[in-house]
Design a binder for this molecule. Sequence first.
Ligand code: HEC
Length: 152
Amino acid sequence: MKKRWPMAAILLTLAGGALLASVAVVGQQPGEDLEPNRVGKFMRAKLEHAERLLEGLTTEDFDMLVRESQALVLLSEAAEWQVLETADYAAESSEFRRAADGLKKAARDKNLDAAALRYVDLTLKCVHCHKYVRSVRLANLNDDRRRRDAAE
Ligand code: HEC
């Protein structure tokens, strides 16, 4: 009994940490600023660029479209972007970069329809990668649970 409690407390803390991590990726918990960490801020910047892309599309501002899609390409190459070191994450990243690059080219060609299509494509890449990241985090969470059950 003396030994069991501290162990249970440690495992609970670990499971809690994993849960927080899996919630963090959803990122849509208004008013629940879990940790204003650097990666979180970095990741949020994507949303601002994406919003400005929509602004650029709706106001036919090609300079803005070039600037914002280029910013997204650069973000995807930064160290902070590499949250997971898996081949799938790398693949999601390069698909995202290709979509952002395509948008930039369409904007340079001043082809608004093509740019709008690329924007939709880019948005799908955001959603797809987030879905993937959540699935990895969930799998890790389940692993933690299994380990905890085995330890009991
Ligand atoms: C290749 C994968 C990938 C792509 C593509 C991607 N993201 Fe993310 N995003 C992440 C990861 C990983 C996190 C979470 C970091 C964490 O919680 O540890 C994240 C977190 C976020 C967050 C939450 C930040 C916070 O904590 O407040 C927002 C908002 C976001 N991304 C927006 C976008 C938008 C908009 C796009 C598309 C323009 C996009 N992301 C594309 C991987 C990606």
